[in-house]
Design a binder for this molecule. Sequence first.
Ligand code: AMP
Ligand code: ZN
Length: 111
Amino acid sequence: MSDCLFCRIIAGEIPSAKVFENDHVLGFKDLYPQAKEHYLFIHKSHSKNVNEMDSTQLSDIFSAIKEFTQNNDLEENGFRVVSNVNKHGGQTVFHTHFHVLGGEQLKHFGS
Ligand code: AMP
Ligand code: ZN
């Protein structure tokens, strides 16, 4: 059994509220949402952070986010994609993940 929380979610050992799945990528609701809509997109191949991903994995992730956001109101109204890296970035789960936030007006950075 993996000790990685998100690998365990991928394996179905820990429940998640799935919103997207294909052969390579899983999207699910964040347990502690920071916006009206807050999803996490992860690659099924484990990596620690975005700098460890190769171009194929990055393409898989952003294709999935594109497909998902085009199939609901997120694209039209707008959304934000964030990936926190290591300590200063505030990363708490060390399986690369991309936060997709939307469903309301988000605060502009620096304002
Ligand atoms: P980060 O702080 O960028 O590493 O993001 C980790 C995210 O995972 C946080 O937004 C948490 O709310 C979220 N999270 C932690 N455990 C779970 C879980 N079991 N299911 C869904 N989201 C989770
Ligand atoms: Zn993992």
